[in-house]
Design a protein around this ligand. Structure first.
Ligand code: GLU
Length: 301
């Protein structure tokens, strides 16, 4: 007898560090369309662990923006309320304290293997055998397994494989100010919340293999991943809160019509829609996109 597949659970996981801009709204729209197109539950999760960057007003502004667009959610979570869950997960992993500053890490890389390859410096394992400068506050790094981990994207069909020791390195799970790192929290939460489908911006695609590595070490299932392109401006540069992209809030408060905003977002995806649409009216367009891809079955827990 075949067990029926688990129900689809999707999520939108904004960092409340400022106002949502049109690019965030497009990702939020697609995440909502995906959950709803598959008859699933849709979660809103505030990723607020980087307390220095969090803005208190951004929680409510985000909720209002999503409601305005008609992108409702079935349950809401806030990462800063879940610190003991992250602590438990870290305790199950092989970690070591690290007191190296970013500058020291870069210097060690240059001294050993020359220039860092890839976009991000790979930690060379300086503190693996014992902390240098133990009087400093320590971060906790995960001793990554000596394995290659591959991620598959259900939307783009791409596969990305990374050899953890040299392409990822022992990465930080808890920063030296005590804050849990995004990669840890996202993996713990997606598992705890039963998330089956992770639809998010393409900027996180290179981080997917390390998140899968954490899932394996913690014996969590791997969800389906769908990475969507980030919205760009007329210069082809990605919209960013810091780059002054127009906040959704300003459109909402300036009396802009929701239907026109949704229509603009849909047209930016190449969908031929009228000037005024509702989120629900966009469901057939997302279903049509899904019909063109090979969709793997949801992993069973
Ligand atoms: N909080 C992340 C962001 O705002 C998204 C994390 C995720 O979807 O996995 O970019």
């Amino acid at each position: 007898m075949n067990a029926s597949p688990p129900p689809v659970v999707g999520r939108f996981a904004p960092s409340p560090t400022g106002a949502l801009h049109l690019g965030n709204a497009r990702t939020a729209l697609l995440a909502w369309l995906h959950s709803r197109a598959l008859g699933g539950r849709h979660l809103l999760r505030f990723e607020d662990l980087d307390t220095g960057r969090v803005r208190d007003w951004a929680f409510d502004a985000t909720r209002r923006d999503l409601e305005w667009l008609g992108l409702g959610w079935d349950a809401e979570f806030t990462q800063s309320e879940r610190l003991d869950v992250y602590a438990e997960a870290v305790a199950r992993l092989s970690t070591y304290p690290c007191t190296c500053t970013r500058r020291e890490v870069l210097a060690a890389i240059q001294a050993s293997a020359g220039a860092p390859h890839g976009e991000e410096p790979v930690y060379p394992g300086t503190c693996r055998a014992g902390s240098v400068n133990p009087e400093r506050p320590a971060a906790l790094r995960w001793r990554v397994p000596g394995e290659t981990v591959c991620a598959h994207d259900a939307l783009t069909g791409e596969t990305l494989c990374q050899y953890l020791p040299t392409e990822v390195g022992d990465f930080v799970l808890r920063r030296n100010d005590g804050a849990y790192a995004y990669h840890l929290a996202v993996v713990v939460d997606d598992a705890a919340m039963g998330v089956t489908d992770v639809l998010r911006g393409a900027d996180l695609w290179p981080a997917t293999p390390r998140q899968i590595a954490l899932q394996r070490a913690l014996e969590f299932p791997t969800p389906r991943y769908l990475h969507v392109p980030l919205m760009t401006d007329f210069r082809g540069e990605r919209l960013a809160k810091r780059g002054g992209a127009p906040p959704l809030m300003a459109l909402r408060e300036g009396g802009e019509e929701t239907g026109r905003v949704l229509s603009t977002l849909a047209r930016s995806l190449g969908w031929e829609v009228p000037d005024d649409v509702s989120a629900g009216e966009l469901l057939p367009f997302w279903k049509a996109e899904l019909a063109t891809v090979q969709f793997p079955t949801i992993p069973q827990t």
